[in-house]
Design a protein around this ligand. Structure first.
Ligand SMILES: NC(=O)C1=CN([C@@H]2O[C@H](COP(=O)(O)OP(=O)(O)OC[C@H]3O[C@@H](n4cnc5c(N)ncnc54)[C@H](O)[C@@H]3O)[C@@H](O)[C@H]2O)C=CC1
Ligand SMILES: O=C(O)C(=O)COP(=O)(O)O
Length: 586
């Protein structure tokens, strides 16, 4: 599960039962009562204090950002620290700002002794921050998701053109006193097919530029809206179509469990002979050993890499030393303009977090805590049900409660749903501060509706329902009567449960992962699926069947901890009565 970007900490005095976000230690916390007798607001009073927070900047940050930070904090710029030096310094710091070169490990959080409250990543990818450790230590992680987009796209295009015309190798050859005109004959880009993998901020800018170079551009991104692609003359295609049609491939995916080694031996074997590949995303999206094999066999003719699984790569890396590979040392975001922009973007985010923006609205009763987990899981589940090419644009959240609308501040729940909807498919790290902004930026319109139920308001919420409109689903059973993807859940005995998928009532605890199967209701199917999973060494934790009527259609929900392998999933699909199924990671 993706890490929580903030932590809930219990307040004292113990006579007042409430939860709030943990605050920077330099901020005194004063409490004042609100209208609801049990709620407590934590008011930040940084302005009233003489002490300034201390911010450690561990990698070079643009001047404009440093100025912003200097306005309210003591700023310690210590570049090129060893991991040991970072661990020593961190206990004196309230915030830490890094780029991709610093690993913010569990040890860093442990060494901070609880003082570190914000980690700012001056860039997009946050794979160098241990998010679980951040959460456990009550530390907020923020990033700068937009300011380096153009720089990364321009670097991708620079590598693409340099690679096609052997610029790097020819340059080295001339400087070595040679004049090898026939050795460095290149290939033309015009009319060739470029596959953009990951049609997000950077990918779409690369696509736009490649169209300008006269290339045919196709894209693989199951979460991108087809109309956005069409608007710039790009066709969204399936993974297999994409891989077999491309003359050139440019990678712009975030590194997630799904995209890790997405280019592997099997995938290389399906590519056109002589394909050329650019990677300015993350090294880990390619199986680097498989890439060396594909280069040696001639399937892949040329490669241009800005990023590597290990950075810097080992000196004897076969990939880096390969004559058909050109490399840059993770320079995608390194333009003067992008670095100034990133510095401002991250300074504002860190300042906002430290100044206690969170405190203003992040109050909640401890009774709401389980719904926070439910909200994120429903978001994660719903987005994985969307079919490729549909693009999520409109999400409606319904909160059903016996309490009056004014008794429920939904900002935190909405943020968690947004986090669940966006994080599995993007490199943006969503938290309470940036959730609404991020949703807007992704073109995601989120509307909220309260349903006031009869009865006594024993708990804050009865259920939360999510509906995604105008999309197709990879699991038709998730489509409701009103033609939307619909999932609904509630908290039972303190744990989040899924209670509805499409029009089917189900009841399964939202832990581990889920398999949803739609079938013609008949005896014996549960046993068949269970034994296939057993043969595949997958333990079934929960199972529930919701049907429209006996002998008619039913949706079976199976909770599993282990991820079934492809063969096991294939066998489930082969059961005749099963019409469709989907595996979802929570
Ligand atoms: N080399 C460098 O210096 C830089 C590298 N980057 C990297 O570039 C990558 C993309 O960045 P942005 O465009 O800003 O992110 P983004 O979040 O705007 O775009 C990522 C896209 O990938 C798609 N995606 C997610 N999972 C997918 C899957 N399994 N298959 C296909 N598509 C999938 C998403 O739907 C989204 O459209 C990130 O890894 C980022 O860290 C970004 C800036 C500079
Ligand atoms: O923003 C990103 O994801 C990048 O990869 C840029 O990394 P950098 O800040 O240049 O170390």
């Amino acid at each position: 599960m993706a890490a929580f970007s903030f932590t809930l900490a219990k307040l004292s005095p113990s006579s007042v039962s409430s939860w709030t976000l943990s605050l920077p230690s330099f901020l005194p916390t004063t409490t004042r009562r609100r209208r609801h007798p049990k709620s407590v607001v934590v008011v930040s009073a940084a302005a009233a204090m003489n002490t300034k927070p201390t911010i450690l900047v561990a990698e070079k940050l643009g001047e404009a950002g440093l100025q912003l930070l200097n306005n309210f904090a003591n700023v310690d710029c210590s570049y090129n620290m060893t991991p040991e030096e970072l661990c020593t310094k961190i206990s004196l710091c309230d915030a830490l700002i890094v780029r991709s070169g610093t690993k913010v490990t569990r040890q860093v959080f442990e060494s901070s002794g609880g003082r570190l409250k914000v980690v700012g990543r001056a860039g997009v990818g946050i794979d160098n921050v241990d998010l679980s450790a951040a959460t456990e230590h009550g530390c907020l992680v923020v990033n700068a998701p937009t300011a380096n987009t153009i720089a990364a796209a321009e670097h991708g295009i620079a590598l693409l053109t340099a690679m096609a015309r052997n610029i790097a190798q020819a340059n080295a050859s001339v400087k070595a006193g040679k004049w090898q005109r026939s050795k460095y004959v290149g290939v033309s880009l015009v009319g060739k097919t470029l596959l953009v993998m990951g049609f997000g901020k950077v990918g779409s800018e690369v696509a736009r530029r490649a169209r300008g170079l006269g290339m045919q551009v196709i894209a693989y991104d199951p979460y991108a809206p087809a109309d956005r692609a069409r608007a710039i003359g790009v066709e969204l295609v399936t993974f297999d179509e994409a891989i077999s049609a491309a003359d050139f491939i440019s990678l712009h995916l975030p590194l997630t469990p799904t995209t890790s080694k997405i280019l592997n031996d099997e995938c290389f074997s399906k590519m056109k002979k002589g394909v050329q590949i650019v990677n300015v995303a993350r090294g880990g999206v390619i199986d680097e050993e498989a890439l060396v094999r594909a280069l040696n066999s001639g399937i892949v003719a040329q490669v241009a890499l800005d990023v590597f699984t290990e950075e810097p790569p080992p000196e004897d890396s076969m990939l880096v030393l390969h004559e058909n590979v050109i490399v840059t040392p993770h320079l995608g975001a390194s333009t003067i303009e992008a670095q100034e922009g990133v510095a401002i973007e991250i300074a504002e985010a860190v300042a906002g977090a430290l100044k206690g923006e969170l405190a203003a609205t992040a109050v909640m009763h401890h009774e709401l805590a389980p719904f926070v987990g439910l909200a994120e899981k429903l978001g994660r589940l719903a987005v994985q049900l969307v079919a490729g090419g549909s693009g999520v644009q409109s999400v409606k959240i319904t909160y059903a409660s016996a309490r009056g609308p004014d008794d429920l501040d939904t900002r935190l729940l909405r943020a968690m749903i947004t986090k669940g909807l966006i994080e599995p498919i993007s490199s943006v790290f969503v938290n309470l501060v940036n959730a609404d902004f991020t949703a807007k930026q992704k073109g995601l319109k989120i509307t909220e509706e309260r349903v006031v139920l009869d009865g006594s308001p024993g708990k804050p919420l009865e259920f939360i329902q999510l509906q995604i409109a105008n999309v197709e689903s990879k699991f038709a059973g998730a489509i409701s009567e009103s033609a939307e993807i619909k999932v609904q859940g509630m908290v039972k005995e303190g744990l989040p449960h899924l209670t509805m998928v499409g029009s089917f009532g189900v009841d399964v605890s939202l832990e581990g992962s889920l398999i949803l199967c739609k079938q013609v209701d008949q005896p014996g199917i549960i046993g068949k699926v269970g034994s296939i999973l057993g043969q595949g060494n997958v333990n079934v934790n929960f199972m529930s069947v919701g049907r429209t009527a006996p002998q008619k259609q039913a949706v079976m929900t199976i909770g599993v901890y282990e991820e079934p392998d492809t063969e096991t999933l294939q066998k489930i699909g082969e059961i005749v009565a099963i019409e469709e199924f989907v595996f979802l990671k929570l």
